[in-house]
Ligand binder design. Structure first.
Ligand code: NAD
Length: 241
C-alpha cells in the first residue's frame, strides 16, 4: 500500500519535472551525507559534538582564532577523500537534459560543480577559496592549513565561507531570489530550512514546491513531500523520466 502511494508520488514529480519551464533545486548538508560528510543538525550531525555559534562564527574568528582554525582544519581534513554520490550525478544530468535550470546550495563542498552541474549558486561560499580576514587578499588553501599569517598585513587567514554573523554574498543571493521568482517548480533537498535567509527562499516561488528530506515535520506548505534519502529518491525519480 505504502509502495503504491510512493510510486504515484514519484510519477507525479517526474511529470512536474517534464512539464516545468523553469526548475530550481535548493540543497543543504543532507545532500552530502550519503557521500560521508556529516550534516549539522541530524542525530549524528557535526553540531551535536561542537557548538556552531561558538566556532563557525565571526566572534570566534575575531576572538578565538586558535579554536576557529582547529575546527576548520578538522572539517576540511574530514572532507578529503569524499566525492559526490549518484544523486549529484543525476542533478547534473537533468541540467544537461534541460530539466533543471539552476541549483542553489548552502553546501560549501563544491560537490555540485564537481559532479558537472554548471548553473550553481553557492550562497554560503566554498571551502576552495581562502583569504585574509583583515585585508581580503586571496590566499592558497595550504597557507590557511599551515596557519600562516597574511604576507601583506599579518592578519589571520580564513576560508571563503559565510560564517554565523555574516551577510550572504549579495550577487549570489539576488540571483537566487530571481531564480525562485522565475521557478515553476522548486525541489528542496536535504536541508532543515533553519538557516536564515535560505529558509525563506522556498516561500518566494509561486510555482510548485517539493521537499525531499530524511526528517520532515509538517507539510510546511509544500505541494509534495518525500521523507527519504536524497540519492535513493533522485534515482527513483530518474527511473520514471
Ligand atoms: P542541516 O544539518 O541543518 O539539515 C540537514 C537536513 O538534511 C536534516 O534535516 C536531515 O534530516 C537531512 N538529511 C540528512 N541526510 C539526508 C539524506 N541523505 N537525504 C535527505 N535528507 C537528509 O543542514 P542545512 O539546512 O544545510 O544547514 C545549513 C548549514 O550547514 C549551511 O550553512 C551549510 O553551509 C552547512 N553545512 C554544509 C555541509 C557541506 O558542505 N556538505 C556540511 C555540513 C553543514
Amino acid at each position: 500500500m505504502r509502495n503504491n502511494k510512493e510510486e504515484l508520488k514519484i510519477k507525479k514529480l517526474g511529470k512536474w519535472l517534464k512539464e516545468s519551464n523553469h526548475t530550481v533545486i535548493l540543497t543543504g548538508a543532507g545532500m552530502s551525507t550519503e557521500s560521508g560528510i556529516p550534516d549539522f543538525r541530524s542525530q549524528d550531525g557535526l553540531w551535536k559534538k561542537k557548538d556552531p555559534m561558538k566556532l563557525a562564527s565571526t566572534e570566534a574568528l575575531a576572538n578565538n582564532y586558535d579554536e576557529f582554525y582547529e575546527f576548520y582544519k578538522m572539517r576540511f581534513g574530514s572532507l578529503a577523500g569524499h566525492k559526490p554520490h549518484k544523486g549529484y550525478d543525476i542533478l547534473a544530468k537533468w541540467e544537461e537534459d534541460g530539466l533543471v535550470d539552476s541549483i542553489i546550495t548552502q553546501n560549501i563542498d563544491d560537490f555540485h560543480l564537481k559532479a558537472g552541474s554548471k548553473n550553481v549558486y553557492r550562497i554560503h561560499g566554498s571551502i576552495n577559496e581562502y583569504r585574509c580576514s583583515m585585508c581580503g587578499t586571496p590566499v592558497d588553501r595550504q597557507d590557511f592549513m599551515d596557519k600562516l599569517p597574511c604576507e601583506k598585513c599579518r592578519g589571520n587567514l580564513r576560508p571563503g565561507i559565510v560564517l554565523f554573523g555574516e551577510v550572504l554574498p549579495q550577487d549570489e543571493l539576488s540571483a537566487s531570489i530571481e531564480e525562485m521568482e522565475k521557478a515553476e517548480l522548486v525541489i528542496v533537498i536535504g536541508t532543515s530550512l533553519t538557516v536564515y535567509p535560505v529558509s525563506q527562499l522556498p516561500h518566494i516561488t509561486r510555482g510548485k514546491k517539493v521537499y525531499i528530506n530524511r526528517e520532515i515535520q509538517g507539510s510546511g506548505n509544500f505541494d509534495l513531500t518525500f521523507q527519504e534519502t536524497a540519492g535513493d529518491l533522485l534515482e527513483k525519480i530518474d527511473n520514471v523520466l
